[in-house]
Design a protein around this ligand. Structure first.
Ligand SMILES: Nc1ncnc2c1ncn2[C@@H]1O[C@H](COP(=O)(O)OP(=O)(O)OP(=O)(O)O)[C@@H](O)[C@H]1O
Ligand SMILES: [Mg+2]
Length: 261
């Protein structure tokens, strides 16, 4: 089971879109995929019309101090073959306050995921844009980190903060977290976008994926209709970009595994 965290401390950079699309593409390739919505705003759950309205359980329950339910019982089908979702719920926003005085809360998600016994091939963790208990749990559980980064100057600050958080977790866990920066919302016609992409590549070199995701209004359209890009024909070009990104990441992951074996 391969666990990927999708995170950036800047909001609105394409984290949820990237999670939903890579998940749908992996499922299309015959993989069993669990998406985990770690954002109290529940955008990923909304994407699949699976907000926790029915009280059937969410990520929140995993953090219950007494008798948390088995993680497997919380996963719901998205209606797309091979793709399941563990939804978010608004009370997750109170977890930092509730658990502030408790020790050992950083590995709750990692421990819960080990109980899945490889039922899934991939688990993708969609993070909130803030460094708190939920993001710390995601970074502690993940085997790799993807950082979607909008190709504009302001977004680079969020990325710097994210990289510092990653290094902090790496130090406390005593391990390296393989990571990739994914340039998103790239506008080839806008000078500021081209300059941002260039400075990303100069500064972070091989950590930046070759494949970029262009700005595409059809991505918003698909999200508004609750459809992964793979099911939205008008977003075909963006779907193909994400497919190329997926293959690049899979190949890079193999290289990394071989190098560290
Ligand atoms: N490549 C793109 N081109 C145009 N719009 C995009 C693109 N990627 C995402 N969007 C849109 O931008 C908005 C933010 O995207 P998304 O929700 O994926 O970002 P996020 O990083 O998860 O945001 P948040 O930090 O609020 O969770 C959404 O409306 C989404 O449909
Ligand atoms: Mg999001």
């Amino acid at each position: 089971m391969d666990i990927w965290a999708i995170a950036n401390q800047k909001g609105g950079v394409g984290k949820t879109t990237t999670t939903a699309t890579l998940g749908a593409l992996l499922a299309e390739e015959g993989m069993r995929v669990l998406l985990v919505d770690l954002d109290p705003h529940a955008s990923l759950s909304g994407y699949f019309s699976l907000e926790d309205l029915s009280g059937m359980g969410s990520v929140y329950e995993l953090f219950r101090q007494h008798h948390p339910p088995a993680i497997a019982s919380l996963a719901r089908s998205t209606g797309h073959s091979g793709l399941w979702l563990l939804p978010a719920a608004a009370p997750m926003a109170t977890l930092d306050r509730q658990l502030a005085a408790h020790k050992g809360t950083g590995r709750i998600l990692a421990n819960a995921l080990t109980m899945l016994n490889n039922v899934y091939d991939y688990v993708l963790l969609d993070c909130p844009p803030t460094l708190g208990l939920l993001m710390i749990n995601a970074l502690a559980a993940a085997q790799r980190l993807l950082m979607p980064t909008q190709t504009e100057a302001l977004a680079l600050d969020g990325l710097e903060r994210m990289l510092r958080s990653m290094q902090m977790i790496e130090r406390s866990m005593g391990r390296v977290l393989p990571h990739w920066i994914v340039p998103t919302m790239y506008d080839v016609d806008a000078a500021h976008s081209r300059v941002s992409l260039m400075s990303l590549r100069e500064r972070y070199r091989h950590a930046v994926t070759r494949q970029v995701i262009a700005v595409d209004p059809q991505i918003c359209e698909a999200a508004e209709h609750g459809q992964p890009l793979t099911c939205w024909p008008a977003a075909r070009q963006s779907t193909e970009s994400y497919r190329a990104l997926l293959h690049e990441l899979l190949a890079a992951g193999r290289t990394f595994t071989e190098a560290s074996a």
